[in-house]
Design a binder for this molecule. Structure first.
Ligand code: GAL
Ligand code: MN
Length: 224
């Protein structure tokens, strides 16, 4: 299978690209035709399909991720599957075909096993990401997601529209794109739900961890 591995890394996030891609080549879908599609504001440190984009202050890069991906959809369409991965992540164990599906989401390690009333869904009815109390059974992490190319791009289009609708009314959902991903997954449930081992904080000693969300100094890295 041809797999697009999409990473957005502008500003200080550029430092993560080399180590992430090295780990992906070692552990992610070995035996498949894996291509890095890198969206960045600096020349790539590794061989890849590079899409030059401008840096935006945080949370711009994450909030506009679907806009960014869709602007290059012509490069993604020839692939069978598209995965998006945050830049500040690292594979530490093999990840195989269990991740291949139409729509693929990961359970957020902070909310797995917790009651839905504790989920940090967007709770303002004005937002297109709104999920009313009583609805929703899972809270998904935004850091790793994907699916069959057509399905994932359709999801990206729907979320781009919802985010734009919010912005037109001066609204940004509580967890940005992640809130919209959770709303989308409520409407169109993922066909593959991965356990939190696929987005595990580096500092959590979870057995069987496969993909780490790296510990970092948020204030330092998100400053312009
Ligand atoms: C945090 C995580 C954020 C967001 C939030 C949702 O643990 O760092 O990126 O996912 O949970 O409540
Ligand atoms: Mn992250």
């Amino acid at each position: 299978m041809r797999i697009a591995f999409c990473v957005i890394a502008t500003g200080k996030y550029g430092r993560f690209v080399g180590p992430l891609w090295e780990s992906a080549q070692r552990f992610f879908l070995a035996g498949h035709d894996l291509r890095l599609v890198l969206f960045s504001d600096a020349p790539p440190p590794v061989r890849c399909d590079w899409v030059a984009i401008a840096h935006r202050p945080w949370p711009g890069p994450t909030l506009y991720r679907y806009h960014t991906l869709l602007a290059a959809q012509g490069r993604l369409q020839p692939c069978d599957y598209v995965f998006y991965c945050d830049a500040d992540m690292r594979f530490v164990a093999p990840v195989g075909e269990e991740v291949l599906g139409q729509r693929v989401a990961v359970l957020h390690p902070g909310f797995c096993g917790k009651p839905a009333c504790e989920f940090t869904y967007e709770r303002r009815p004005e937002s297109r990401a709104y999920i009313p109390p009583g609805l929703g059974t899972h809270y998904y992490a935004g850091g790793f997601q994907g699916g069959r190319t057509d399905d994932y791009l359709a999801a990206a289009q729907a979320m781009r529209q919802a985010i734009d609708d919010d912005l037109r009314r001066d609204l940004v959902a509580i967890w940005h794109d992640e809130s919209h991903w959770n709303r989308y997954c409520l409407d169109r449930p993922p066909t593959v739900v991965l356990p939190p081992e696929y987005c595990c904080p580096e500092s959590w000693p979870m057995p069987g961890r496969k993909l780490l969300a790296l510990d970092k100094n948020h204030a330092e890295i998100r400053s312009p």
